[in-house]
Ligand binder design. Structure first.
Ligand code: DER
Length: 235
């Protein structure tokens, strides 16, 4: 099984929780893409009806539109029945790192408005503690004086050996700009950042910060697809 096979298996399992008439948060990324495809397929087959999708990115908006999934937004649907989305890291308490695909702000808005939030991952995303993988912990910041904000973020976590880097498009050296017109500063840690809630609060207190990629106490279910099969973890 390839990693993408595992992503698809987890995504299809999550879509089993979708019922006709639901308002659905549609996630972003290579795993959520399979879930959105599957929802479109079941709608076309008539096995699902009266679904309204709330996309978490312009990318997912366009994918859902091409599949004929009826779309709306949080202004029209402030409460969402169920969201399905991927994650970059999942710790044993179902806390997540998200946002390596750049959509963390709208994802957190939609998934924060959900009654149920199902996370779909392949087993490579499981970690012992967030930030431990040495991979990026995204922070969405306004463009104005981003260097100032990045320096404050780096100082905030100097004990954890933090390095803050502006996210740029791989090939060009231009800053990546989110759907919301902001920049992303990726934080890299050498050591654990310890208390996640305290870290979250400290980040959000910085005036130039919009949102960060730690999704704490938000997932209600995590579906993990591994070589040995599927695992469903409930909060
Ligand atoms: O960027 C994001 O938030 C994505 O949902 C990410 O967390 C998971 O992306 P993947 O399914 O492509 O690994």
């Amino acid at each position: 099984l390839t990693q993408d096979d595992l992503k698809k298996i987890a995504a299809y399992k999550a879509v089993e929780y979708v019922e006709s008439g639901m308002v659905l948060g549609l996630g972003t990324g290579s795993t959520a893409k399979h879930a959105v495809d599957r929802i479109g397929e079941l709608l076309r087959q008539g096995k699902l009806k009266d679904i309204v999708g709330i996309p978490t990115s312009t990318k997912t908006h366009d994918q859902a539109l091409s599949l004929g999934i009826p779309l709306s937004d949080l202004d029209s649907h402030p409460t969402v029945d169920l969201a399905i989305d991927g994650a970059d890291e999942v710790d044993p308490f179902l806390n997540l790192v998200k946002g390596r695909g750049g959509s963390l702000l709208r994802e957190k808005m939609v998934e924060g408005a959900c009654k149920k939030f199902i996370v779909i991952v392949d087993e490579s995303k499981l970690v012992n503690y967030l930030g431990g993988s040495g991979l990026a912990m995204p922070v969405e910041v306004i463009q104005f004086c981003w260097r100032f904000t990045a320096a404050r973020l780096q100082k905030l976590f100097q004990e954890a050996g933090c390095v803050a880097k502006l996210r740029t498009f791989a090939e060009k050296d231009e800053p990546y700009v989110t759907d919301n017109g902001n920049f992303i500063v990726d934080l890299y840690f050498e050591r654990s950042i310890g208390d996640l809630k305290a870290a979250s609060d400290a980040i959000l207190q910085l005036a130039g910060v919009v949102e960060h990629g730690m999704f704490l106490d938000m997932a209600t279910t995590v579906i993990v697809a591994g070589e040995l099969g599927l695992t469903v973890k409930n909060k």
